[in-house]
Each structure stands twice: as C-alpha cells, then as structure tokens.
Design a protein around this ligand. Structure first.
Ligand SMILES: Nc1ncnc2c1ncn2[C@@H]1O[C@H](COP(=O)(O)OP(=O)(O)OP(=O)(O)O)[C@@H](O)[C@H]1O
Length: 114
C-alpha cells in the first residue's frame, strides 16, 4: 500500500471519529481554547510546545480509546466483564493523561501570568 493511500485512510479514520465522537469534539474545542489562551498571554516557546504536545496527546489517546470501543463492539454486543474492562481501561488512559495535562496547563498559565 502506498504511503499516500495509508495517510488517506488515517485521515478518514480521524474524520470519522470526529464526526461521531462527542468527547473528541469537546476535547478538540478545549484544546483549541487552551492554544488560543496560550497565544494571547504570550507563553514562552518552550511552554507553547509543551501545550501542543499535551493537546495532541489527549486527542491521540481519545482516538485510540474510540478505536478500542469500536473493536470491542465489533467482537461482541453482549455484556461481558472483559469488554467492560477493555473500555474502562482505555477511557482511564484518556482520563489519566487529561488530568496531568490540565495540571501542567494551569501551571504554565499561572507562571506566565505572574
Ligand atoms: N459489551 C460490554 N460489556 C460490559 N460493559 C460494557 C460493554 N459495553 C460498554 N460497557 C460499559 O459501559 C461503558 C460505556 O460504554 P460505551 O460503549 O457506551 O462507551 P462510551 O464511553 O459511552 O462511548 P461512546 O458513547 O462513544 O460509545 C463502558 O465504559 C463499560 O463500562
């Protein structure tokens, strides 16, 4: 498969996830707001790059979480403890990274405004 075609498939995956996943849309809006605030308060270049990594990290984890949800739903539509564990652990990964991202984001904004 050519590189261009693989990029096309990846982009269509991102498009599909954004179209159907409300959480992803909300996280993207929050990420955009944080980036705009960072620009407005003139954070340093290093801090700005950290914010970009954090925002991209949350979105990437949510995309993986969405993929895991879809794969679990494909395997079984019945309730199963392992299905619950897979979905809850994947959601936990997003939550874990989001909490630390929020803490670091607030620290950057707070130290910049001081
Ligand atoms: N097949 C299943 N067996 C057992 N528990 C499940 C199953 N599917 C979902 N759950 C439980 O319900 C929760 C919500 O699952 P759901 O698939 O609705 O995900 P969601 O986080 O609401 O995302 P989305 O709304 O995008 O589908 C899961 O985190 C899990 O605890």
């Amino acid at each position: 498969m050519s590189f261009i075609r693989r990029v096309g498939y990846a982009l269509s995956g991102i498009r599909s996830a954004f179209r159907h996943e409300r959480n992803l849309q909300i996280q993207a809006v929050i990420g955009l707001c944080v980036i705009i605030i960072a620009i407005m308060i003139h954070v340093s270049l290093t801090h700005f790059m950290i914010i970009l990594i954090l925002v991209a990290g949350v979105i990437s984890l949510e995309l993986i979480n969405t993929a895991i949800e879809r794969a679990v739903d494909l395997i079984s539509t019945e309730l199963h403890p392992l299905a619950r564990a897979a979905k809850d652990i994947a959601a936990g990964a997003v939550l874990w990274f989001s909490i630390f991202s929020a803490i670091i984001g607030f620290m950057i904004i707070f130290t910049t405004l001081q």
